[in-house]
Design a protein around this ligand. Structure first.
Ligand code: BGC
Length: 886
């Protein structure tokens, strides 16, 4: 439906009221109800996943409809192993029955799920017009091992020690005599694996399995390999890399001393179902053979070295002669907790061509990819046998054109010169060679290729691959300000560059799961990408790392580093903030429920340590422009936030006593903060810095009656700072939001769109394609050029300009708060986010003296449109256009 409001008179006040009250005067154009379908069928938030081991998988779907008020009034989920029966509405495993409900989700409630089984499911949906619909295709999910006892293989490895550098090959040949109906490979590893069947790589995942605290929890990955097996002779090949499991490089976090460290090991079950119904499982055991591979060194942290002269052609095929290979050895499992990896894998998501190549001399070339990203480069080269080629990856160039890595190697502590930072080394075979590292990634824009003998390279000789967890994009921002568009793109580029099965701080210097960076970026992440399963995995990592007394380390996963530094409230509040945001964005309380005890333990610990309600445990406003707010102030605000979230979670989960107890604790903390830091006379917190005033507003510390005054003071402070930022990590979360939520959207936009120092635009103007770690580009330290830390602006664009916000009372955008701001200096702006109900969009543009606003509210949700100084209007689902004079 399309409604148009024309407000032409200059008498704004009255007419604006009219805009909202006299809805009967809307010019209404009824659009055809078109393409009403059910889409986005997912199990455990993934499309047709394999390896689902939970007892009650979560199903979700969306009703696609452009009809105003379109709504599901009932649903029925039907699940069974027989696709024909399910298609005919017979679910032998589960039939939910017709449920009168507008929920677009249900959790499996049928018979116990069997392992290794494919379950088909469909949903019947009854809409508000009495129509019954279902999606055209059935959805499915497949269970994996379900139980530890169902593994049949043994953990194997070669008999080398942790210091041995080359990666190992493993292979096994086997016969199948009967016709194959289907086959699945299940592989768990300590370290990283690449799996091959008959010479071909299985799947397109990279750096699998994802990083966990290996001695507490290991991930296994499932593949459908039916097509890759053949009747008769088959060969399985596995190449094992170190990853974080056998960290041979040395840096300040001592991953080389990780308690789990060991030579990579894996366990594999290849389960073949034959046409006659019989099952055979090919497993890892003593019949496997092993040999060292041409990967002569591999480090997730630094780089990979490859000697092409050592290639063993066809090592993973049936025709290979493995008589010289060695026997494998049995190994103990890294942990006894082996669980399915259920999230989008890391992939080579985007191919990036070099934008230029400079030949400095016969043996030195510098490639520029025109953008900073995480991933690898692939080299195609021909040269004299034994030529040593080095590929140094970095983010900056020296004036003389060489690659400069001095901004990213300062925490590296090499013990010799054999493992240079971010530098792959390839030894050429003498014929043409192709090299792309398999067990490493880097952060870079430039690659300097040097060789021991002259080589001839072209711009096409080197290709970049942007690697990250392949999460689906769910958000778009478009505006008339190209710098804002670039800031949004750079924020996403930095976010993705820092998503590798866990959120990291930077893809080059550290690759650490810094907690603080991640909770600041959670909204940016969730507005732009469907990341729920990565966060569910990472919060399981949190639970693995939590001390019995509730303490968490500052980086997760960790080898043990970080329990003593950086792990105060302002960082490790991830434990509460991430589940809470996942709940707000998805309307799914699973992660809150799973994290509840951990949050409680954490808050209880802080309460024990800091009975006054104030805590100075934290790092404070990290890498600020100039002013630094007191650590006690900011950390106590996070303590307040955690207690509040805990109380809300308790309420949701029916834990009345806890809800009351932690609400009281939150009140006590808030009172303590206000008593110590708030001056009621002046309406100033502390010294009245941007971070102090904005954090108090944003996190709900300011007593209601003082909000206007404090906001006014914040706007004045920002004006006194010449409408430029004076914040660090913590203030960056609150500054723009506090302004736009409290009547100063124009001021927020002014700050957000600055193009000189200090601002996001300043980076862009200086060529940034990602976000930086430091406002000061010329800084000597803390100057990674691909940090997500200052990324809240990516979320603010949706909130502060597009005005799309989840309503905590009806989360998951069941009810959408729409509060767009038509800020001075911007002609048009569009924000779109695909939430659990479908696409939500606000799009506004100035047309002469008029403003036109288009709003899309998806089926099954409602919205409240609120415009500053104009009041509110309730909307059902549909497409709306409003137009009025400013
Ligand atoms: C990281 C930051 C992190 C910080 C903690 C840095 O080295 O790169 O992003 O949050 O340490 O102090």
């Amino acid at each position: 439906m399309k409604g148009t409001v024309h407000i032409t008179s200059g008498k704004q006040q009255a007419l604006q009221r009219l805009f909202f009250m006299v809805t009967c005067c809307l010019t209404v154009m009824i659009a055809q109800a078109q393409n009403e379908t059910i889409v986005a069928l997912k199990t455990e938030n993934l499309v047709n996943p394999i390896g689902i081991d939970v007892d009650q998988p979560r199903f979700s779907w969306q009703q696609q409809s452009k009809r105003e008020g379109a709504k599901q009034v009932a649903y029925q989920v039907i699940v069974g192993t027989d696709s024909v029966a399910v298609a005919n509405n017979r679910g032998e495993s589960w039939d939910s029955g017709k449920q009168s409900s507008d929920a677009l989700k249900a959790s499996y409630g049928g018979q116990a799920l069997q392992p290794f089984s494919r379950y088909y499911w469909k949903v019947l949906l009854w809409d508000d017009q009495g129509q019954q619909r279902s999606a055209q295709q059935l959805a499915f999910f497949e269970t994996g091992m379900r139980k530890q006892e169902n593994w049949k293989g043994a953990w194997i490895s070669d008999d080398n020690g942790i210091a041995v550098k080359p990666a190992a090959y493993f292979r096994k040949q086997f016969q199948t005599s009967k016709k194959i109906k289907s086959a699945r490979a299940y592989i768990a590893a300590g370290g990283l694996y690449e799996l091959y069947l008959n010479g071909q790589k299985v799947g397109n995942h990279r750096l699998d399995p994802a990083y966990t605290r290996f001695d507490r929890r290991n991930l296994y990955v499932s593949y459908d390999v039916t097509q890759q097996l053949q009747q008769g002779n088959n060969a399985i090949g596995v190449l094992m890399g170190n990853g974080w499991y056998n960290h041979q490089s040395t840096a300040v976090w001592f991953f080389d001393k990780a308690p789990w460290r060991n030579r990579p090991t894996f366990c594999l079950d290849l389960r073949i179902t034959y046409d006659d119904g019989s099952i055979e499982t090919i497993v890892t055991d003593k019949s496997w053979k092993t040999s060292l591979s041409p990967i002569i060194f591999n480090s997730i942290y630094t780089a990979e070295h490859y000697d092409a002269r050592l290639e063993q052609k066809g090592w993973n095929t049936t025709t290979f002669d493995a008589s010289k290979w060695k026997d494998v050895i049995y190994r103990s499992a890294p942990s006894t907790h082996v669980v399915s990896q259920v999230m989008p894998p890391i992939r080579n998501v985007k191919k990036i061509a070099a934008t230029s190549m400079r030949k400095l001399n016969d043996t030195t070339y510098v490639f520029d990819f025109g953008q900073n990203f995480s991933g690898v480069s692939e080299l195609h080269v021909e040269g004299k046998e034994g030529t040593v080629v080095r590929l140094k990856h970095g983010e900056r160039l020296y004036d003389n054109g060489h690659v400069d890595i001095s901004n990213i190697d300062q925490h590296y502590r090499p013990t010799d010169d054999k493992d240079p930072f971010q530098t792959d080394i390839v030894i050429l075979s003498g014929s043409s060679d192709t090299f792309m590292p398999k067990f490493n990634y880097k952060g870079f824009q430039y690659v300097e290729v040097t060789s021991s003998e002259p080589i001839d390279l072209k711009q096409e000789s080197l290709t970049g691959y942007f690697m990250h967890s392949d999460v689906t994009p769910v958000g778009t921002i478009r505006s008339s300000n190209p710098v804002i568009n670039k800031i949004w793109a750079a924020t996403n580029q930095a976010y993705l560059s820092n998503l590798f099965g866990y959120p990291t701080d930077c893809p080059q210097r550290e690759k650490n799961g810094w907690t603080g960076d991640a909770h600041i970026a959670i909204e940016t992440g969730l507005y732009n990408f469907d990341g729920i399963s990565v966060y569910e995995k990472w919060l399981a990592d949190h639970r693995d790392e939590q001390q019995p007394n509730g303490v968490l380390p500052s980086i997760i996963p960790t080898d043990g580093w970080g329990y003593e530094w950086g792990n105060g409230l302002d960082w490790t509040s991830t434990i509460a903030i991430i589940p809470w945001n996942v709940y707000l964005f998805y309307g799914d309380a699973t992660l809150l429920r799973d994290s509840y005890d951990a949050i409680k333990r954490y808050v209880n610990h802080v309460e024990e340590q800091y009975p006054t309600g104030l805590t100075s445990w934290g790092l404070g406003d990290w890498v600020p422009v100039k002013s630094k707010s007191p650590v006690e102030f900011s950390s106590s605000i996070y303590y307040y936030t955690d207690s509040r979230i805990l109380s809300e979670a308790a309420k949701l989960l029916g834990k009345e006593d806890d809800a009351e107890k932690y609400a009281q604790l939150a009140d006590k903390i808030k009172t303590a903060i206000n008593q110590k830091y708030f001056n009621k006379q002046t309406g100033i917190y502390g010294e009245g810095l941007q971070t102090e005033l904005s954090m108090a507003l944003y996190w709900g510390i300011v007593p209601e009656e003082f909000k206007v005054k404090v906001a006014d003071n914040l706007a004045k402070r920002v004006a006194a700072d010449n409408f430029h930022l004076d914040v660090g990590l913590l203030g960056t979360k609150s500054i723009l939001n506090a302004l736009s939520e409290n009547g100063y959207a124009d001021v927020a936009y002014k700050v957000a769109s600055q193009e000189d120092y200090p601002s996001w635009g300043w980076w862009i103007k200086n060529g940034a394609t990602t976000l930086y770690e430091n406002w000061n580009i010329g800084s000597e330290r803390d100057i990674s050029l691909n940090h997500i830390m200052f990324g809240e602006i990516g979320a603010w664009l949706y909130k502060g300009l597009g005005g799309i916000k989840p309503d905590p009372r009806q989360p998951g955008f069941k009810h959408v708060l729409l509060e767009p701001h038509f800020v001075q200096g911007l002609d048009n702006f569009e924000a779109s986010h695909v939430g659990p109900y479908g696409e939500i969009k606000t799009s506004w543009k100035r047309k002469g003296k008029k403003v036109e606003l288009t709003v899309v509210v998806p089926a099954n949700s409602t919205a409240t449109l609120h415009l500053p100084r104009q009041g509110s209007k309730a909307l059902t689902s549909g497409n709306y256009t409003f137009e009025w004079k400013e």
